[in-house]
Design a protein around this ligand. Structure first.
Ligand code: KG4
Ligand code: ZN
Length: 383
């Protein structure tokens, strides 16, 4: 019987709790704070912490109820969360993200994980295990999550090159085996998702910017090549605007996005209001193309240097269809399989990916030894 794990992720602006059984996701509740943060054009840490605190108990209850592992579990149960999970629910471990992320946001999840671990331990003869998971490891394992029926049955082949692209991170990681990582390169300034969010702000669009830029860029391709199938349109579109790609040296596997953003700001500021309005779609397309060109070029370099047997991708930006198409092509050109997060919810931040990563740690018996001393590590690095 595979272990049943309750996992929590509060690393940024999503309050998420999941129940997993091995790699199978039984429930994965994500309570998004986008509506709170969008007026600031980015995440406001103090508001994120407060929202996590307000929502965490409800999200735990919801995850338990939706998982189907507890018969007749009721959200409105008078006895409350503690007695409900103590009396009716046998889980094998609690898992929690301890970094990287916003310090005061991580803290909320860690506190709840400790509280659940000790509450549940009281009803057993032995202490329940607590598993601390690196958020980026979670993004890697989002590619191995399965539905409740145990699909897909994919297995990673090692070594694998992982390209992780989110609002807080852009990094290339060599994964030599389960739990064995070497960071090959990461962003020297802004993350790719953050850059897309900033570019959207420059274009006076909403937040988060990535999906809006994607929509406009797609529309630009449709307009300039009407009549073709969408994948071909995306391939053949070009732009009259130029942005100079940063860090072109082959050997360097780091990323940089702040220079690109500044170039983009100058470009947009140089346009008249009429030109700005008439070229909005093309501007979005230009920025997205430059942002993704860097991701693909660096991943291609990493493949040449490290000769992996697979590509793994993860993070919120992987929701982007164009980026997936580019990665598929890169994989095909190098005769490698490419793994993507296995469902829409698994692209962005969610606790199921933490649960799947925790499952492999459970198999290796990597448990937190001193539960009280587990602390957040906001700048945690995979190793
Ligand atoms: O992984 P994630 O949900 O949270 C972090 O850990 O940061 O990633 C959020 C980032 C945001 O910057 C957002 O604009 C970007 O992912 N994003 C996208 C798309 N959907 C979300 N970027 C490009 N295309 C998308 N469809
Ligand atoms: Zn993330």
């Amino acid at each position: 019987m595979e272990p049943l794990i309750l996992s929590i992720d509060t690393s940024c602006d999503e309050t998420s709790v999941a129940i997993t059984c091995g790699r199978r996701v039984l429930s994965n509740i994500v309570s998004s704070q986008i509506n709170i943060h969008k007026k600031y054009g980015g995440v406001f840490p103090a508001l994120a912490k407060r929202a996590h605190e307000e929502r965490i108990d409800f999200v735990v209850q919801e995850a338990l109820e939706r998982s189907g592992v507890i018969a007749n579990f009721s959200l409105r149960q008078k006895r409350g969360l503690k007695s409900a999970i103590t009396n009716k629910f046998q889980i094998d471990a609690i898992a929690v993200t301890y970094g990287p992320g916003l310090a005061i946001a991580l803290e909320v999840g860690i506190r709840k994980a400790k509280e659940l671990t000790s509450t549940l331990s009281l009803s057993r003869s032995s202490t329940l295990n607590l598993i601390a998971v690196d958020h980026m490891e979670g993004h890697i394992y989002s590619t191995l999550a399965q539905n409740a029926m145990g699909n897909p049955k994919n297995e990673v082949i090692f070594p694998a090159i992982c390209i992780l692209v989110s609002g807080g991170h852009t990094e290339l990681v060599l994964m030599e085996n389960h739990g064995k990582y070497k960071v090959l390169g990461s962003t020297l300034d802004d993350a790719c998702g953050e850059a897309l969010d900033k570019a959207a702000k420059i274009l006076k669009l909403g937040y988060p910017g990535g999906p809006i830029i994607e929509r406009l860029a797609e529309e630009y391709c449709t307009d300039c090549n009407s009549g073709l199938q969408s994948a071909r349109r995306l391939k053949s579109a070009t732009t009259n605007f130029t942005l100079t790609p940063p860090l072109r040296e082959k050997i360097n596997l780091n990323f940089s996005y702040s220079g690109l953003k500044t170039q983009f700001l100058y470009l947009v500021n140089s346009l008249s209001e009429k030109d700005f309005n008439e070229n909005l779609l093309e501007l979005a397309f230009t920025f997205q193309s430059a942002a993704f060109e860097q991701l693909i070029r660096k991943t291609a370099n990493a493949i040449k240097i490290h000769h992996p047997r697979a590509i793994i991708s993860g993070g919120g930006v992987l929701a982007n269809k164009k980026l997936r198409t580019l990665l598929r092509k890169l994989a095909k050109d190098n005769n490698l399989p490419v793994f993507f997060p296995t469902g829409k919810k698994l692209n962005g931040d969610n606790a199921a990916m933490i649960g799947v990563a925790a499952y492999y740690k459970f198999l290796r018996k990597e448990f937190v030894q001193d539960i009280d001393s587990l602390d957040r590590i906001p700048r945690l690095q995979l190793s």
